[in-house]
Ligand binder design. Structure first.
Ligand SMILES: [Zn+2]
Ligand SMILES: [Zn+2]
Ligand SMILES: [Zn+2]
Length: 395
């Protein structure tokens, strides 16, 4: 937000324009929205599943991140109860017969459409040609080094950067493809170091350079040759850190959502609710909080939405894939700015001082939302509780 982002663009019911000098661009309503209305929907410019998440068999479409296991398969894997049978199987939406894979490298897709789109946009560059891949293949090397420097819980993936470069390499008009990535908020060099540090953890910062020879060997691209340097790759991670959106998909949560909507008599409802409660207890025991296919993505429009600690909209993934829907949390008037929260559920409840600290360190701005303004007379201290929690979070 320190620097203005691309020129204004206009889409049916919303408008991207300069919010003010301080905030740069913002997204504004061009009509009234009611609570729970979908304000806009958008597919990512690029998305990638995290590598450990994939390694641990959270199977997802390589193009849209749709969760590919049936709800029952997922429930069995996450709970480690192989005999588990889910009632009401019609509530699972996974269509295994539509799944396809790359004939060469066996990368999986949810549909022929996803496979064809991936091939057309970037997969020809990223295909490792055989399954399992040759461990000496430069992309296999990149993944291996990355997994060894970035353990769960994951916040980024080298494959998001690899897909960005591959998209440029395969684009009929390379400068247009590069422009799609130059619209994002950029940090200064010092800020980039801080963000990369936050994203990857202090001890692995130095390891980033180990990725470079393999990135060069696998993907060197003249139009973005500045990306293939020590500073270049750090600035890409910083770009992902400040503009990226986490994505989580799960066939099981779609199933549970559909179960909630079933019209059942009281006894059946009670039985089903008890079953699902117990399932989540069993899953928690075995898999902790790792429930979803997880990854991150870059969106053209969603990334223009500014933050507020009292947001009027939220980011949702209603289709069990990386297509984002920004939904109104309350009625929104024409010309009102559409704001989402960049903070997690836990962080948004913290003191003004703590919220501002997190936002400044991770997203490079000082929040001046209504809530922050109304709390600006609060003592500028972080409560002890906050300090302790934040220590824990950063470990
Ligand atoms: Zn797909
Ligand atoms: Zn392939
Ligand atoms: Zn605020």
């Amino acid at each position: 937000m320190l620097q203005s982002r691309v020129t204004s663009g206009k889409i049916a019911e919303i408008e991207v324009r300069i919010a003010d000098d301080r905030k740069g661009k913002g997204v504004f309503a061009k009509q009234r929205f009611r609570k729970n209305d979908v304000i806009f929907r958008e597919k990512p410019i690029v998305c990638a599943q995290f590598l450990w998440n994939e390694y641990y068999k959270y199977s997802a479409c390589d193009h849209c991140m749709k969760s590919l296991e049936t709800a029952e398969e997922m429930a069995r894997r996450l709970s480690a109860i192989s005999s588990l049978v889910l009632p009401y199987p019609q509530c699972c939406e996974v269509k295994k017969d539509e799944h396809v894979s790359c004939p060469a490298c066996q990368t999986q897709y949810c549909s022929t459409k996803c496979k064809e789109d991936a091939e057309k946009l970037y997969h020809r560059v990223l295909c490792m040609g055989q399954h399992p891949a040759d461990p000496e293949h430069p992309i296999a090397k990149l993944q291996d080094i990355w997994r060894n420097m970035h353990f769960p819980p994951e916040t980024a993936s080298i494959m998001l950067i690899a897909k960005m470069i591959a998209k440029i390499k395969q684009a009929p008009d390379k400068s247009e493809a590069v422009a799609a990535f130059s619209q994002f908020r950029r940090a200064t060099v010092n800020e980039e170091a801080d963000i990369t540090h936050k994203l990857l953890g202090e001890e692995f910062q130095g390891d980033i350079d180990m990725l470079l020879p393999f990135l060069n060997e696998a993907l060197k691209e003249e139009t973005v040759s500045h990306w293939f340097t020590s500073e270049g790759i750090r600035s890409l991670f910083a770009l992902i850190g400040t503009n990226g959106q986490g994505v989580g998909t799960s066939s099981l949560s779609v199933y549970v959502h559909n179960c909630d909507a079933l019209d059942l008599n009281t006894d059946d409802r009670q039985r089903l609710d008890l079953f699902i409660d117990q399932l989540y207890v069993d899953i928690e025991k075995e898999s902790g909080s790792f429930l979803n296919c997880e990854g991150s993505a870059l969106y053209s429009l969603q990334s223009c939405c500014n933050h507020s600690c009292v947001p009027n909209a939220e980011v949702t993934f209603p289709d069990n894939d990386a297509a984002v829907s920004v939904m109104a949390l309350q009625d929104i008037q024409e010309n009102e700015e559409i704001c989402i929260s960049y903070l997690g559920e836990c962080d948004i409840g913290r003191s003004r001082h703590s919220r501002q600290k997190i936002l400044r360190e991770n997203y490079l701005f000082n929040c001046n939302c209504m809530k922050c303004q109304s709390q600006c007379d609060d003592a500028d201290v972080t409560s002890d509780e906050d300090e302790e929690e934040m220590e824990e979070d950063s470990n």
